[in-house]
Structure formats: structure tokens, C-alpha cells
Design a protein around this ligand. Structure first.
Ligand code: FAD
Length: 955
């Protein structure tokens, strides 16, 4: 051991261990991409830099010396690491996430949920949506779908119909018992949420999912804000709204309706009673035009009009209604007035192209018979106590204003008149500043002023979101702020708000705190992750097959205008599955594991700091299970070292020199041409997603999986591995620290023995129903229960008891022979006798690397069962994973019987009637096994089993 002074603290580290590793073991944050603990370090990535009094150097190569002073994270080192990262990023061509996700104001994982929808996993898709937003059935109807505008299919033909796919999944979820989040135990903290529009509901929901107690204070009799009192039911049926809101409230949120803040309750009272307050009171005041005649009877505010209609109040309209405005509110007012029997004209001061309303709404309004006058503006409303006609002026378009749209300019002398019985103004909404000021909240131009990072208002502990801070926005934008506020309130309640703000502003100044504090880490990667982007044009997608976008179906116009039935129809499931398949899965499959993205986020690396020529390599997709994408490679070299130095397969190497260097199989070959049984191992060592797995799903995600440590059941090595699971999907096998140093052969990875089993009983090789199983057992006197090596020790014990109690004979498919060699014996030996088929036991390749296989003078022997140990330490290999367990528990041999019940897949050697029962997926088992080295290893279940064969025997 030597004593080092690391960041001013004394620590002891082993002299002969790689310093990088010792520092990491002591909890220091040392980034790195090229270091592999099985190999000599060679410092290619330049990320593990540390500073000593003699200068900056890589910690994977620095020899620890007594008293050496080291700094691991000072400004200089952060800057140098950032530069190293930016150099890598400058020639890294790929997208971290799809542009759809970036385009969504809530940054929901669109690609992930579309992949689930493509597989018919609708509940799971909704669950994923709800990580970032609530009310998917509402959004599936009214969202402007910013994601679709960003969809890369725009460069091919038309964007994916993401909104309609969401609607289908959400409706399915509501109909079949909605997915509900698990609520953790109460934190004891109480939060008041004022307003139950999308912002308030989102804030309440996400606070609840963090275990806080939440009360919603709402002025109106029902929940939903503008979704209920603004948006008309022909676009958003109220039963859908009610069901969607119920999934929020049923998480255990207290609701107080008909309670007005500022009248029935004060902000001081709320602050006293609750630990924090969220304001989501929206923008409920309609803008006036400031023209003569606005006070006449028959002039109304659009939102007032909609609120009354939506509450079922009688609204008296004349025959001719003029609607002023060009936004969504104007469209809703016009179409609602039309449904009440009026002849409706919309007047808008700019041209159709400048209309802020969703083009879909404008088109539907036109179809229904709403008339439009563009480039005109009312200047006076005429009438004698009541509206009679409106004087308008024609407009022309000038230079763009601050909104980016061309400014409308009145044309002098162009005034004209239109007769009207009502004028409904829909020219904008805001929140009343005086209301906010009375509460003591700083306000500016109809919006509450908030800290843009934390969303805290001018009063400590009072946060705000939605239209109140954005001005009139959309449901999804309001939800996004509601969720952000919930995250911030949670941090506030934990006393970490200020720190979180600093982290979000300048993460690279707080790396040490971020990596040590789960909350800070989570907030950074939730709200400000690094995202890399490809520069693409239509040409990049010339090869992509053209597939037309699914067409929306609307009810016939005559039916629509009769009342308030929903205008747009649902897609069929067939249409949904076909449409979801159009997704091009732009985001990287390794986005959740990518080290480059993680470090780029922490170090605030920029993609374009070093601009210049970039490589564009062809992606090698020729291997059935592995993709090699050199565009994402950072030349860390770990795959090359692994395949040469550790497994000795030499599947890839560096090709060419300098800027054009790439990782490749030998010149003229592709990955698909290469032989090797550890090709998949390169996926796990690749830090960037340049080598990734083709997963066996219609759309492979990516999804954020949970790794469950277990062992492989491919052979008696029982290599330790992770099964990565997402919901109940067994996504993939991956490496984990274990006796096998994380190596997994391609049989384990790609043939997935752990995800396979009999799924039904087999009688003499023919599928039979479960009720035949009992009949078979009861109708035979002389039964032998035959166990297979895919049973855990605990299962073997159980079936031993079954045999004893039921009077069955007992046997097992197992070959004799228990090893006398340990793993260490094999590792140490230089000369080995090998009498085993390396194809059946791929890990032998790793074990034998660097050893001499000899017939005489060997130090250890490796043989296949059945076998007796030789006079040197002998490793006896079995095909079944737990044959040694069976042997040690004394279960072996195949007894003679009239009938056999096999637990698991039968093998040869049984004469008589054979009933085979599924023993359960390996990935669903829990217990222990003993491998060929006599190691007892734990088997953990990655998901709950659907059935248990034990039920048949009911001990
Ligand atoms: P709101 O939804 O306005 O909710 C505020 C809540 O606070 C209300 O329930 C209100 O009663 C309550 N409240 C107010 N004052 C108090 C008080 N003092 N005490 C207690 N409670 C109070 N967006 C889309 O995405 N797609 C669309 O198609 C769409 N169409 C729209 C059509 C119309 C007519 C309108 C007006 C808006 C539309 N929007 C649409 C916008 C969207 O509805 C809003 O952006 C969103 O509802 C704002 O959410 P919020 O939670 O901030 O506020």
C-alpha cells in the first residue's frame, strides 16, 4: 500500500494496482472509455486525466508513489477532459434521441413508446408516456403534435401520425383498466396546487408519484381548466377528459372545487398550511380590441362564450356571428357558434398563412361552412344598444414583427361594413396582473414572473406554471411546466433547490456533487442531457422505402355540425400497427448506456466546438445480431483489444491510418463474414453505441432497462450475467462483474436460452392441454419423475419431496462427474489437456487464451461428462447448467417405469409414456445452482413467472 493525497485527503491504495481503478474504488469520479481491467492500460481516450505537481497525466498509466499529491477534478482537468470529449464529438455522426423527442415540449420518449405501440403493448406505451406527461387520451386528440413537425419522415414523405397513435394507445389503456403508478410511502410533506388545468394536474400527479401529499384548489365546479371550459367537446369528448383526469386524481390527490384563491382562501393561509404552493391559474382574461362599440350588447369574449356553452348555460346568439381572431380559440368559437345554428364569419387581420391556429382546425372549420375574411380588422362596432354592423378596414402585410410574422398595416380609405348580430372576440388571453399583485406575486404583461430554471415566483416556496407563466400556450407545454415545477418543488422540500439550479446552469462546475447525489444526477439528466445531432437532408433518406401516412377519418360534415359529437374517428388497430412501423427509429439504441453522452452532459461538451470535415462511414449490418456503426466510434480500441487479447478471435482491427481510421473486420470482409463466439461481447465494451445489438423485436426501443444479475443456463459454466428487463420484456443479456469477468458467449446473448422453455405440456411429443396432465398422473401406477438440469437446487429439493410423498421413482438427465479443478487452477495452468468440444463450451476459448493444449505433461485437464477426475485437477464439463447440483443432491440415473413425468425438456433414453411439463423460463427462476467449478451461484428472476409447474403437485 502507498499513501496518496487525493484532493487534499489522504488515502491508501495498492502500489501495483492501476491508479484509475483504485481511485474509482475509493469513490472518486474518474471518467474513461478505453480502460479495461483485464488488459494493460494504454490511455487512448485522454479522459482519466489527473493533475500531480509534475503535471497532468492519465490515471490509468500513472504509478502510485508514496505521498503523491493528486487532483482529480480541478478546473484545468475539467477543461482538458471537455476538450477530449469535444474532439470525439466533432467526428461522431449520430443522433442520441429522435428529433421527435426533442420537439416535444415535455421531451417524452416518443421513439420508445412508438416501439411499444408497434408491438401492441399499449399499457406499456402509456406508462412510458406518463414518465413525462399525463392525460395522453386528451393529448391524443388536441395536441398540436410538435413531435410530428420534427419527425424525420418529413424528409421522406410525411411525418408519422404520432398524435393518433397516442390516442389509440391511451384509449385502449383507459378501456382496459388504466396503468396506474405505484405511489411511495408518504414523505409527510404537503403541497397545495391552485388550478386544475393541465399544469396543475401535472404538478399534482408528479408530486404524488414522489410520495408528497397534494391538495388541488379549484375555483370552478369541475376539474380540467381550459380543457373543460374552453376546448369544445366535438374535439375533446368529456367522458375522455373525465377518465383521463381520474387517472391523475386516483393516485390519492385531495380535491377542493368551488374554492377561489384570493376570495375563499388566501395565499398566506395556503403557505401556512402547506409546505409549498403551486399556482396554475391559467390565463382567463380575454383581450379587448379597444375600439368603439365594444360595450354593445351582443359583443362577447371568446373564452367567456365557450365557458358558458361548455357549462350548459344558455347563450343567445343572433343569426350572423362575426368572430375576430386567427388562433385556436377563434376556431373553437366559430365552430361552436356554427353548431348553435349561426352563420359564422371569421375576420383575421393577417393572411391565412400567418394564422396561429392549427391548420387542421382551419380546414375543418372551412369544411363545416365557416367563412373567412383575411387581411381585415374591425375598427368600430355600430349599433343602437345592440350590435348591428361592424366597420372593418382592409390590411396589408409589412415587415415581420417580434413574433416573426409580417406586421399587418391598415390600408387607408379601405373601410367597409358587415352586418352582424354578435361579435365574439378571440384575440388573446392573459392573466390579470392585479390578481397576481394582490397575491404579492411579481407579474409582467399578464404573466407571473418566475425564475426560469426553478419556476419559483417572487415568493419563496410558491411556484408557478402553465399559461400563467407562458401566456396562452398548449396543453402539452402547460403539462411540461407542471412537471418541471413538481421536480423543483420536490428539490425545494429536500432543501436542494438552489444547488439544483446551480447544477442546471453550469453542470461542469458541480460534477463531484452531481455524481454523489442521486437527486442532482437525476434532475440534470432529466432536464438537460447532452443530445448529439446528425446533419441530414432529403438525400440521406433517398434509399428509404416510401410508405404513405395513415389518413385521418372525420365524421361527415352534415353529422358534425348537428351537434357536439367527436369529429375525428379513431384509427383501427391494424392501421395503428402499420403506422407505428413507419417510425425510422432515429435515436441511438444505446442512448441509455452511452458513456460519451453521460460525460458530455456532465462536462458540458459541445458538438460543434471543433468544426471540420467529418467521416461518413457505411454502417455494417451484415451480422445477424450485431451492428457496427463507425460513425459513432471514438476509437477507444476496447473492442479491438477484447477480440485480440482476451478472446483471441481477432474479429475486428483498426483499418487505415489517421483521420480515416475505422474499426473493421479484415479488409474486404464484413462482420457477417466473421467467425467468432464472442462478437457480442464487443457490444458491452463499446462506450458509445458504435457496436450495438439487433434485438429480436418488431421495433427495438430503446428502452431504459433494469439489469437483473443472474447466471446463464447455456451450459455448466453458468456464466454470470445480467438479464435486462423492461416491464415484462426480456430485452437482452449483458455483462456484469462476476467470475467470468463479464464475458458472455454469443449463444447466451443471441440464442437466448434464458428466454426459452416449453410453454405447454407434451405427451409423447404431442402438445396436450393442462387438464390432461392430472389425468395422466392419476391413471398411472408406476411413475418416475425425471428432473432436468435447468432446475435450481431448491426446485430439485422440492421435487425430491414430491417423489417421496407421491411414491414416484426419481431420476434425472444427468451425466456423472464432479470437477476437482477450481477456476484458479485452470487460470494458473500453462499446459492443459483438453478433451472437450469447444463449440459446446465457448467460454473455454477465454480460459485457454495463452495456454498450451498438450496430450502429456499437463497441469490440469478439461474433459466432458461423463468422466472421472484424472490425477491432476480436472474440470468436468456438463451440458446442463445444474447437473452438478443434481449430482450433489443425489438425483441421477433414469429408473425403469411404466410412465415418466419430466420436469422440463425431455432428452433421449426414456422407454414408455413420457409427459413433459414446462419447468418455467430460466429468466423467471429464483434460487441457486452449482456450476462446473463447484461454485454455488445465485439465479435471480427478471420477471414474475406466469405459472408454476409446482401447482400440479400441490404438496
Ligand atoms: P388552465 O387550463 O387555464 O387552468 C387554470 C385553472 O385554474 C382553471 O381550472 C381555473 O378555474 C383555475 N383558477 C383560476 N383562477 C383561480 C383561482 N383564483 N383560484 C382557484 N382556481 C383558479 N391547447 C392545446 O394543446 N390544444 C388545443 O386544441 C387547445 N385548444 C384550446 C382552445 C381554447 C378555446 C383555449 C382557450 C385554449 C386551448 N388550448 C389548447 C390551450 C390550453 O387549453 C391551455 O394552454 C392550457 O389549458 C393551460 O393550462 P393551465 O393549467 O396553465 O391553465
Amino acid at each position: 500500500m502507498v499513501k496518496l493525497i487525493v484532493n487534499g485527503k489522504e488515502i491508501d491504495v495498492p502500489e501495483n494496482k492501476v491508479l484509475l481503478q483504485s481511485l474509482r474504488e475509493k469513490g472518486e469520479h474518474i471518467p474513461g472509455m478505453c480502460y479495461d481491467f483485464e488488459l494493460e492500460p494504454y490511455g487512448s481516450c485522454r479522459l482519466c486525466l489527473v493533475e500531480t505537481p509534475r503535471g497532468v497525466t492519465t490515471s490509468c498509466t500513472l504509478k502510485p508513489a508514496e505521498g503523491l499529491e493528486i487532483e482529480t477534478l480541478n478546473e484545468k482537468i475539467v477543461a482538458m477532459r471537455r476538450t477530449a470529449l469535444e474532439l470525439m464529438l466533432s467526428d461522431h455522426y449520430g443522433d442520441c434521441i429522435g428529433p421527435c423527442q426533442e420537439g416535444c415540449p415535455a421531451h417524452s420518449d416518443v421513439q420508445g413508446y412508438l416501439a411499444l405501440i408497434a408491438m401492441g403493448k399499449y399499457h406499456e406505451a402509456v406508462k412510458l408516456m406518463k414518465e413525462k406527461y399525463i392525460l395522453p387520451a386528451v393529448l391524443g386528440r388536441v395536441c398540436p403534435a410538435f413531435c410530428e413537425s420534427e419527425c424525420r419522415r418529413n424528409l421522406v414523405e410525411e411525418p408519422l401520425a404520432i398524435r393518433q397513435l397516442k390516442r389509440f394507445a391511451a384509449d385502449y389503456d383507459l378501456e382496459h383498466g388504466p396503468w396506474m403508478p405505484e405511489i411511495p410511502p408518504s414523505t409527510g410533506k404537503r403541497v397545495a396546487v391552485v388550478g386544475s388545468g393541465p399544469a396543475g394536474l401535472a404538478c399534482a400527479y408528479y408530486l404524488r408519484t414522489m410520495g408528497h401529499e397534494v391538495t388541488i384548489i379549484e375555483a370552478m365546479p369541475e376539474l380540467g381548466g381550459m380543457m373543460r371550459y374552453g376546448i369544445p367537446p366535438y374535439r375533446l369528448p368529456r367522458d375522455v377528459l373525465d377518465k383521463d383526469i381520474a387517472t391523475v386524481i386516483n393516485t390519492g390527490i385531495e380535491v377542493k372545487t368551488n374554492t377561489v384563491l384570493g376570495k375563499d382562501i388566501t395565499l398566506e393561509e395556503l403557505r401556512k398550511e402547506y409546505d409549498a404552493v403551486f399556482l396554475g391559474v391559467g390565463a382567463w382574461k380575454g383581450r379587448k380590441m379597444g375600439i368603439e362599440g365594444e360595450e354593445l350588447e351582443g359583443v362577447m369574449q371568446g373564452i367567456e362564450f365557450l365557458r358558458k356553452v361548455n357549462m350548459g348555460e344558455e347563450v343567445k346568439l343572433g343569426k350572423r356571428v362575426m368572430v375576430v381572431g386567427g388562433g385556436n380559440t377563434a376556431m373553437d368559437v366559430a365552430r361552436t357558434a356554427l353548431r348553435l345554428g349561426a352563420k359564422v364569419t371569421v375576420v383575421y387581420r393577417r393572411s391565412k398563412e400567418e394564422m396561429p391556429a392549427n391548420p387542421r382546425e382551419v380546414e375543418e372549420a372551412e369544411e363545416e361552412g365557416v367563412e373567412f375574411i383575411f387581411l381585415a380588422n374591425p375598427v368600430k362596432i355600430h349599433g343602437n344598444g345592440r350590435v348591428e354592423k361592424v366597420e372593418l378596414v382592409r390590411m396589408k402585410l409589412g415587415e415581420p414583427d417580434e413574433s416573426g410574422r409580417r406586421r399587418p398595416i391598415p390600408i387607408e380609405g379601405s373601410n367597409f361594413f358587415l352586418e352582424a348580430d354578435n361579435v365574439i372576440l378571440a384575440i388573446g388571453q392573459y392573466c390579470d396582473d392585479s390578481f397576481l399583485k394582490k397575491l404579492g406575486i411579481e407579474a409582467k404583461r399578464g404573466k407571473a414572473v418566475v425564475d426560469e430554471v426553478t419556476l419559483q415566483t417572487s415568493i419563496e416556496g410558491v411556484f408557478a406554471g402553465g399559461d400563467l407563466i407562458l401566456g396562452p400556450s398548449t396543453v402539452i407545454e402547460s403539462i411540461a411546466t407542471g412537471r418541471r415545477a413538481a421536480l423543483m418543488i420536490d428539490l425545494y422540500l429536500k432543501g436542494k433547490l438552489e444547488k439544483a439550479k446551480e447544477v442546471l446552469i453550469e453542470p461542469s462546475k458541480h460534477i463531484d456533487e452531481i455524481v454523489r447525489d442521486e437527486d442532482l444526477y437525476r434532475i440534470l439528466f432529466d432536464l438537460k442531457p447532452y443530445n448529439h445531432w446528425k446533419d441530414v437532408t432529403e438525400e440521406d433518406y433517398e434509399h428509404v422505402e416510401r410508405k404513405p401516412r395513415v389518413k385521418s377519418r372525420l365524421k361527415p360534415v352534415e353529422e358534425r355540425i348537428k351537434g357536439f359529437v367527436e369529429v375525428e374517428e379513431s384509427l383501427t388497430e391494424e392501421e395503428v400497427l402499420k403506422e407505428a412501423e413507419r417510425c425510422m427509429s432515429c435515436g441511438c439504441m444505446e442512448v441509455f448506456r452511452c458513456k460519451l453522452r453521460e460525460y458530455a452532459t456532465l462536462y458540458e461538451a459541445k458538438q460543434d466546438r471543433f468544426k471540420g470535415e467529418t467521416n461518413r462511414f457505411e454502417i455494417d449490418e451484415t451480422h445477424p445480431s450485431v451492428v457496427l456503426d463507425n460513425n459513432k466510434c471514438v476509437l477507444c480500441g476496447r473492442c479491438v483489444n477484447l477480440t485480440h487479447e482476451i478472446v483471441g478471435e481477432g474479429v475486428v482491427d483498426y483499418l487505415f491510418r489517421g483521420f480515416k481510421t475505422r474499426i473493421s473486420p479484415p479488409l474486404g470482409n464484413t462482420l457477417g463474414d466473421m467467425d467468432g463466439v464472442f462478437i457480442g461481447d464487443m457490444i458491452d465494451v463499446c462506450p458509445t453505441g458504435a457496436i450495438s445489438e439487433k434485438l429480436p423485436f418488431i421495433k427495438p426501443g430503446p428502452w431504459k432497462t433494469t439489469p437483473v444479475k443472474t447466471v446463464c443456463n447455456g451450459c455448466s459454466f453458468a456464466c454470470e450475467m445480467n438479464i435486462e428487463v423492461y416491464n415484462d420484456m426480456l430485452v437482452r443479456a449483458s455483462s456484469v462483474a462476476g467470475w467470468n469477468n463479464g464475458h458472455l458467449c454469443d449463444i447466451c446473448r443471441f440464442k437466448r436460452p434464458w428466454a426459452e422453455d416449453l410453454t405447454f405440456p407434451l405427451l409423447n411429443g404431442e402438445k396436450v392441454e393442462w387438464d390432461k396432465v392430472r389425468e395422466f398422473i392419476e391413471s398411472h401406477e408406476d411413475i418416475a419423475l425425471i428432473l432436468t438440469p435447468e432446475l435450481t437446487n431448491e426446485e430439485v429439493e422440492y421435487f425430491k419431496r414430491v417423489a417421496e410423498e407421491k411414491g414416484f421413482k426419481l431420476g434425472a438427465f444427468v451425466e456423472d462427474g464432479i470437477s476437482t479443478a477450481t477456476l484458479e487452477d485452470i487460470k494458473k495452468a500453462k499446459k492443459v489437456l483438453l478433451k472437450a468440444d469447444i463449440e459446446k463450451y465457448p467460454y473455454l476459448k477465454v480460459l485457454l487464451k495463452g495456454k498450451e493444449v498438450v496430450e502429456e505433461g499437463y497441469e490440469v485437464a478439461i474433459v466432458e461428462a461423463p468422466a472421472e477426475p484424472l490425477n491432476v485437477p480436472t474440470l468436468i464439463l456438463h451440458e446442463g447448467v445444474n447437473e452438478v447440483g443434481l449430482l450433489k443432491l443425489g438425483v441421477k440415473g433414469l429408473p425403469e417405469a411404466e410412465a415418466y413425468v419430466v420436469i422440463g425438456k425431455p432428452r433421449k433414453g426414456l422407454k414408455g409414456d413420457v409427459l413433459a411439463l414446462p419447468s418455467g423460463l430460466w429468466a423467471e427462476k429464483e434460487g441457486t445452482i452449482i456450476n462446473a467449478f463447484n461454485m454455488e451461484l445465485r439465479v435471480n428472476k427478471a420477471r414474475e413467472p406466469e405459472y408454476s409447474v409446482k401447482e400440479i403437485f400441490s404438496l
